[in-house]
Design a protein around this ligand. Structure first.
Ligand SMILES: Nc1ncnc2c1ncn2[C@@H]1O[C@H](COP(=O)(O)OP(=O)(O)OP(=O)(O)O)[C@@H](O)[C@H]1O
Ligand SMILES: [Mg+2]
Length: 341
């Protein structure tokens, strides 16, 4: 448009109606005399005309603390859904007020997510120290327990000591599991993986057997593998722990670990004849924070899957409701220069 052309006349009403913010105008008695479509949409009402402002936006007038007047209000829409709105009000010379407001639900969600992530980050930062503080005395306890067992004659006391030691080892594995979050499964150092699988299984086996669940550990002798033993222990721990939760007395849990495809892949499978998963649970079970358990965190399978995928492998989950579940991790292990165990 050249400067010589007259400006196009735009109706003020059309401008207010086109605003992305919600706008209402009230008279000196607090009655709404003008409202744009966005205001009706945020408050979920077909019309706002004639309503009193405190009926839709809470107590009015606002305390005269700032200019323009600002406030954050929790309003309840006619269908009962709550909304947090941020509003600013300015007096109109000659009488009445214009109030501009917006739905803060999205900002609220972002704020909540930010706070959650900050809390997680704080926990993450403190975690290595906490683990260290817990693991050292635990290692001392386990060592002392092992010596005591050797010095004790078979019988009731030794059985109790075995039970205490079993729980202490389970705790150590649990802590290993926490500590291995974010640690790589692939390792430049060749480690004893068959032993790691058997150890982790043995600790949980006791608990499973006590609950009447049969167990079988089918782990072949393996050469040293370029995998992090602590992460493998945590994987077995998570998978078998889940299997125990899914099983009741009379069910069975089997662990298989072996090399396949000419020794190029390490395969770890946990099969249970427990409750199985529905189609929906199966589709979401490896999602972070997805859990169907009352006290579950939904971290176990997500961490296992991430570790396997990061190592270039894949995690397959098969499950039939009422029949059981089989979870297999396949991880490539470099074939070259693999020393014997
Ligand atoms: N062997 C299984 N049999 C049946 N359902 C399973 C099995 N393993 C996992 N699930 C389902 O997948 C969900 C996610 O498992 P995941 O291990 O990630 O979390 P969780 O066990 O609920 O909690 P946690 O983080 O404490 O392990 C479980 O809540 C459960 O519904
Ligand atoms: Mg779990």
């Amino acid at each position: 448009m050249s400067s010589s052309e007259p400006p196009v006349a735009i109706d003020d009403v059309a401008i207010v109606d086109a605003l992305p913010a919600a706008v209402v105008v009230i008279d000196d008695h607090g009655t709404i005399i003008r409202a744009n479509p966005r205001a009706c949409e945020v408050l979920d009402r077909p019309t706002l005309l004639g309503l009193s402002i405190h009926a839709v936006l809470g107590p009015w007038p606002l305390p005269p603390l700032a200019e323009p007047l600002r406030a954050e209000r929790n309003v309840v829409r006619p269908d009962g859904t709550p909304r947090t709105v941020g509003l600013a009000a300015s007096p109109i010379p000659g009488g009445g007020m214009v109030i501009v407001f917006q739905d803060l639900a999205r900002w609220q969600r972002l704020r909540d997510e930010r706070d959650r992530l900050m809390r997680l980050a704080m926990v993450g930062e403190a975690l290595p120290t906490i683990l260290h503080e817990l693991k050292n005395p635990l290692a001392a306890l386990i060592a002392a327990g092992e010596i005591l067992i050797e010095d004790t004659a078979p019988g009731a006391v030794q059985d109790q000591l075995h039970a205490i030691l079993g729980e202490a080892r389970r705790l150590r594995l649990g802590l290993d599991g926490i500590g291995s979050v974010g640690r790589a499964l692939a390792s430049p150092r060749y480690q004893v993986i068959d032993q790691a699988c058997r150890e982790a299984f043995k600790v949980l086996e006791l608990r499973a057997n006590r609950a009447g669940i049969a167990t079988r550990c089918d782990v072949r002798d393996l050469p040293l593998l370029p995998l992090e033993a602590a992460v493998v222990r945590a994987m077995v721990f998570n998978l078998v722990n889940n299997a125990i939760h899914a099983c009741s007395a009379g069910a069975a849990i089997n662990l298989h670990a072996r090399l396949v495809e000419d020794g190029r892949w390490f395969e770890l499978t946990v099969v249970d004849t427990g409750a199985g998963m529905t189609h929906d649970v199966l589709a979401r079970c490896t999602e972070l924070f997805y859990s169907t358990k009352r006290n579950g965190s939904g971290i176990g399978l997500a961490v296992v899957r991430q570790a396997v995928v990061d190592a270039g492998g894949r995690l397959d989950v098969e499950s039939v409701p009422g029949f059981g579940t089989g979870i297999t991790a396949r991880i490539p292990v470099a074939p070259a220069a693999r020393p014997a165990a």
